[in-house]
Design a protein around this ligand. Structure first.
Ligand code: SF4
Length: 474
């Protein structure tokens, strides 16, 4: 299986379930199944039954990690789960989540979506205190911060929040409760759903419909949600900062049938496509999406421009991610394995190819060539987000600055590189109009304006983190 290597990648999906009288592990499984798009490298579920933890984790897709036999061993009304895409912290089973340990207060499980930018400082402190570390992941650091602090679990989580800097949406399992925790910026999503007498926490609302749950509320930035025998409790765990929800959740990561801020993601993407058509119109005969992520944007572009929408590229939806091929030549071959053109639709037509984003530029060129080879008379590329000029340190595997094509090249240079007749990116202003927001979003990968102290500080942190990863052979 081959990846094109030009998509940004999310770093995980998390769930948490408290479902009295129900099979919490099975609910967690189906919730994770719908969050598969957030990570395909490993999956895990841990449950607690009468104070005893049961855990199963494995590498691969949720559907291949779990079966009736191992699910039946995960007894209990409380569960958390995780599906993993790794960047820092390697992809091996050792780093698979949830991480679970035994403590004096019973079992503790933690599942994390995000990336700590001060993990190396915290790791150093733990090592100096004589705490042994088994993995290179941030999650283990958080587990030790929780166990090292005093007081009840709510107090310990507040201590964790005061020390951890960066992006974290967590589900935490103890012997008698499930917790949801969101960092003070709210980089990564975390939502609460209601199911019969219980509750579910999930990265996205699409997980709710899979198990018959209904949306209850978002976990707001800096909040801790505790779900126990007495229901749902909410506490402010840390003072919220300037909200910085990841714009890429709206543009690309989240499933189109999820809701963010009360808006269906699919509708938001159509609005971005309409903004794009207004901002960068073009004379053409057809609007063609790069499926599947470019589809709603292309629908919006077609609606606004009046240019007919049609499919021009068919995607092999069963092509997954692999780390095997690093070369450009093989990446190009990966595109050919992932997409095929619909020649009859394209022949002699002036085509607008709408994509959600361009990261390295390694996919767009081969796709433009594919459309031309299939007979398209002209290929105009329209991108439903601004040019990506800066890397992400908040849990998204984007690319280094050197690899980002828009960090190194002008729009005209990129147009020439990908062989398009014209090329346009959505502006930041149009992006925010499409999101129907003036603020509240992180746009650092488009602007270089990071919500942390300084980018140099973050880079220093991550460099040390990479060194830790090398020590572990990840
Ligand atoms: S830098 Fe970009 S990808 Fe990273 S959190 Fe901000 S908007 Fe999302």
């Amino acid at each position: 299986m081959v990846s094109t290597g030009d998509d940004p990648h999310e770093e995980c999906g998390v769930v948490g379930v408290r479902a009295p009288g129900q099979d919490a592990a099975r609910l967690a499984f189906f919730a994770l199944y719908t969050l598969q798009h957030r990570g395909q490298e490993a999956a895990g579920i841990v449950t607690v039954d009468d104070g005893v933890a049961h855990v199963h984790k494995g590498q691969g897709l949720v559907s291949s990690v779990f079966n009736e036999e191992n699910l039946s061993t995960l007894a209990g009304p409380l569960a958390i789960g995780h599906t993993r895409y790794s960047t820092t912290g390697g992809s091996g089973l050792r780093n698979a989540q949830p991480q679970v340990i035994e403590t004096i207060d019973g079992p503790l499980g933690v599942a994390h979506n995000g990336n700590l930018v001060n993990a190396h400082v915290l790791r150093r402190e733990l090592l100096e205190r004589g705490v042994g570390l088994q993995t290179s992941s941030d999650t283990e650091v958080m587990v030790h911060l929780l166990t090292g602090a005093g007081g009840d679990w709510m107090t310990r989580i507040k201590v964790l929040m005061s020390r951890a800097e960066g992006a974290f949406a967590l589900t935490i399992l103890t012997k008698d409760a499930v917790y949801g925790v969101r960092d003070p910026w709210g980089f990564r999503p975390l939502v609460v759903g209601k199911i019969d007498d219980g509750y579910i926490l999930a990265s996205e609302t699409c997980a709710f419909s899979a198990i018959g749950a209904t949306f209850d509320r978002e976990v707001e930035p800096g909040e801790i949600v505790r779900i126990d025998d007495d229901g749902l409790h909410i506490e402010q765990g840390a003072v919220p900062k300037q909200r910085a929800f990841c714009t890429f959740e709206q543009i690309y990561f989240s499933r189109p049938d999820s809701m963010h801020g009360g808006h269906l993601v699919h509708s938001t993407r159509q609005r971005l496509g309409r903004e794009l058509a207004r901002e960068a119109p073009v004379e053409a005969d057809l609007v063609v999406p790069v499926p599947d992520s470019g589809t709603p944007h292309a629908v919006g572009f077609a609606q606004e421009s009046g240019i007919p929408y049609t499919e021009g590229l068919i995607k092999n939806r069963y092509v997954g991610r692999t780390f095997i091929e690093p070369t450009q030549q093989l990446r190009d071959a990966g595109v050919a394995m992932k997409f095929n053109p619909l020649g009859d639709n394209l022949f002699g037509k002036r085509v607008v190819m709408v994509d959600d984003s361009i990261v390295r530029g390694s996919t767009s060129g081969p796709l433009v060539k594919m459309l031309r080879d299939a007979g398209a008379a002209e290929v105009h590329v329209r991108v439903a987000c601004p040019a990506i000029t800066d890397p992400c340190y908040m849990g998204v595997d984007m690319a280094s600055r050197e690899e980002l094509i828009a960090a190194q090249n002008s729009v005209e240079e990129i147009r020439v590189h990908i062989g398009a007749d014209s090329l346009a990116f959505l502006s930041i202003d149009a992006l925010m109009r499409g999101l129907e927001a003036d603020e509240g979003y992180c746009n650092a990968c488009f602007t270089g304006d990071y919500p942390f102290e300084s980018e140099r500080f973050v880079q220093l942190q991550l460099k040390t983190k990479e060194q830790f990863a090398q020590v572990w052979g990840d």
